[in-house]
Design a protein around this ligand. Sequence first.
Ligand code: SAM
Length: 232
Amino acid sequence: LYVDHPLGEGQSVPLSREEAHYLFGVMRLPVGAVLSLINSADGEWDAEVVEASKKGGVLVCRAQTRPLQMPPDLWLLFAPIRKERTAFIVEKAVEMGVSRICPVQTDFTQNADRLRPEKLQAHAIEAAEQCGGTFVPKVDQLVKLKPFLANMPDDRQLMFCDEGLVGDAAKLPQIVGPWAILIGPEGGFSEAERAQLHAMQNAHSVSLGPRILRADTAAVAALTVWQQALGD
Ligand code: SAM
């Protein structure tokens, strides 16, 4: 279970009404039951139920079962697409290992007003719990691509995935350090965005092959290419 609370030896963890409903109402855990907690900072802990009611409850941390395993310093920047496909991108990014998830509004992004970062954050938590991770990347609020790129520190490399690059120098350079991956929307990037990206010294155009991939497929392919070349 992911909790927004410090974890440590003997640490009490109060439960919200929703958490108590899930643990004691749905899962029917009794006082004395032990469950695993993570919080993205303190690793994984076994915690014992010491108080349980419909309205709340308290867990106490007993022992750390795994240390915090940080993913690589890799941000995923992507233009939101349809709801289920955006949720898929978030889920796969967590499974593959990223440190931050940044939905960006590009010139051709549609459905941006329907983006619900809180729902996507819940998907990220579920994905981390499901794949046994001890870290949940933060899902940012939607930001505009151009100022985001303009403010991105120069020492962060950007893997800029663009179709139609086959034959060009379109491979990932082996630069160790902070990275970001950028995936465009269904309509691709505008020429103005391409010009901005090509002018950035730390942006590297990368091809994901000769076919045009759907944005959600492209996100998974890009994460695979990056992890293969530079991940751990
Ligand atoms: N502009 C295209 C069009 O409307 O035909 C399609 C864009 S594609 C569906 C969405 C995003 O996936 C692109 O902006 C790019 O970031 C990424 N992408 C898809 N295929 C790719 C490829 N072969 N190489 C690199 N990136 C790709």
